[in-house]
Design a protein around this ligand. Structure first.
Ligand code: ZN
Length: 457
């Protein structure tokens, strides 16, 4: 009897508080610490910023940052995570949040939103995924035995995200960090509506935007967003029921500033297609973010010496006659295990089929160089050969030839400067390699490397 009475009282208490006090959702099970969420998110955001074309318009950036700051003051945004937002120059309709707070919104989503409250709705929804730690919650449940080792971080020097990527928990299409479950969606809608209401926006607009997106289902430009945020069903009704539980208040739906930002976004220049990842090879890495240092250190080999940027390293044996130098992530192993260098320099000798004596004749420099280029073309059929010009290297006649080919980096073309010099041993050559997006920036360093070349015989 006593227990039955107790449960009746409990039911009455719950019923009377349901209207007055709404649910305050809390993060679920998680192997990651909040600090690890922040660390993984920071590394992942750096990768996104390298791979995708960021809008650098201050008016647009300040506007979305202002919206996020306003939403972050809501109690339902929590206090744990430092939220940030960047706009991606991409016409497809997408937005996503990374663990620990970094968010990205495509220009296509701003163009699609009917009013400020709809844009705010997406931001509040994404912030809820962050606060409720859905990304790392899903990663925790992926049953990866090596996860604790990866979370030690810094193993092999490639950061926590690099370690996670090796366990299949990296970024990219279908990543557990951004592809949400229907339960996570229901929670993000619920918590997101609370954030919106607390910031003075009508929460129904969030559900309206989702409905608008779902009406376009099957269209390529909305596929990613709808796959990452699957419809939990009856979105509009669920949010309306929730609003009915909230105290009545007057909400903002739109502002003049939003209309202005939509015009600015529509007039932004098209993103550089080369940096777009939408149809590239998902497994190719991004180009290294760190530029070569202007301070050179000396490489002294058996037959030659030269200076190379002090933040680069050498790959190879100093006793051999060939060498690669570059940043630590300049050497890449692809899916087939093939190693290539995407950024840095490669030094070696070419031995033509012509007879021994002719090599010492400087007049054969063009012919020898042409032979080497033919060999390079055979191993790289898509290579295009540009201009050649003469110069002096350590006092000897030399040629510098520009080549263009596929880069091992995501969405990049590669530009190579081939420097050739006739030496007693054969045609000495150095290939200075950079992704096209970095090419202009590295010119002065590359010139100094060429000037520093010395032959010891
Ligand atoms: Zn979602």
């Amino acid at each position: 009897m006593r227990t039955k009475l107790f449960s009746i009282i409990a039911i009455i208490t719950m019923a009377s508080t349901a209207l007055a006090q709404m649910k305050d959702l809390q993060p679920g099970f998680n192997l990651f610490s909040a600090q690890q969420d922040i660390q993984v998110g920071r590394e992942a955001a750096a990768q996104v910023e390298r791979e995708q074309p960021m809008v650098r318009n201050t008016e647009v950036t300040n506007y979305v940052t202002g919206l996020v700051q306003r939403l972050a003051r809501s109690p339902h945004a929590g206090k744990e995570f430092p939220f940030s937002v960047r706009v991606v120059s991409d016409k497809s309709v997408n937005a996503f949040a990374l663990p620990g707070g970094p968010m990205f919104v495509n220009t296509g989503l701003i163009a699609l939103a009917d009013n400020e409250a709809q844009l705010v709705g997406v931001l509040a929804h994404e912030m809820s995924h962050v606060r409720l730690r859905h990304g790392t919650n899903q990663a925790s449940k992926a049953n990866v035995l090596q996860l604790p080792l990866a979370l030690l971080g810094g193993v092999g020097g490639d950061g926590m995200l690099g370690q996670l990527a090796q366990l299949g928990i990296g970024l990219g299409a279908g990543s557990v960090l951004t592809k949400m479950s229907r339960t996570a969606e229901t929670q993000a809608d619920y918590n997101g509506a609370q954030i919106m209401a607390e910031a003075g926006y009508n929460p129904i607009e969030m559900a309206q935007l989702f409905q608008k997106l779902e009406a376009q289902e099957g269209q390529a430009r909305t596929i990613q967003f709808l796959s990452d945020h699957p419809n939990p069903g009856n979105r509009v009704k669920a949010v309306q029921d929730e609003i009915n539980q909230m105290p009545r208040k007057a909400y903002t739906t739109d502002t003049r500033q939003f209309a202005r930002i939509k015009t600015v976004v529509a007039g932004l220049p098209a993103p550089n297609q080369l940096r777009s990842t939408s149809n590239g090879d998902q497994t190719a890495p991004a180009a290294p973010a760190v530029r070569p240092s202007a301070r050179l250190r000396q490489y002294q080999g058996r037959a030659f010496a030269f200076g190379y940027p002090e933040n680069w390293q050498t790959f190879g044996d100093a006793q051999s006659a060939m060498l690669a130098v570059g940043p630590s992530d300049g050497v890449i192993r692809d899916r087939d295990g093939k190693v290539s260098i995407g950024y840095g320099a490669l030094v070696s000798y070419y031995f033509s089929e012509s007879d021994e004596g002719s090599r010492r004749d400087g007049n054969n420099l063009s012919a020898e160089t042409a032979g080497l280029i033919r060999q390079l073309e055979q191993s790289n059929p898509r290579m295009r050969v540009g201009e050649s010009r003469g110069l002096r290297v350590n006092g000897f006649p030399a040629l510098i030839t520009t080549l263009k080919s596929n880069s091992p980096y995501q969405g990049e073309t590669e530009i190579d400067e081939l420097v050739t010099v006739i030496r007693p041993e054969g045609l000495w050559y150095m290939i200075l390699i950079s992704p096209e997006s970095e090419y202009r920036e590295v010119q002065s360093v590359f010139e100094r490397i060429v000037q520093s070349i010395r032959f010891s015989n």
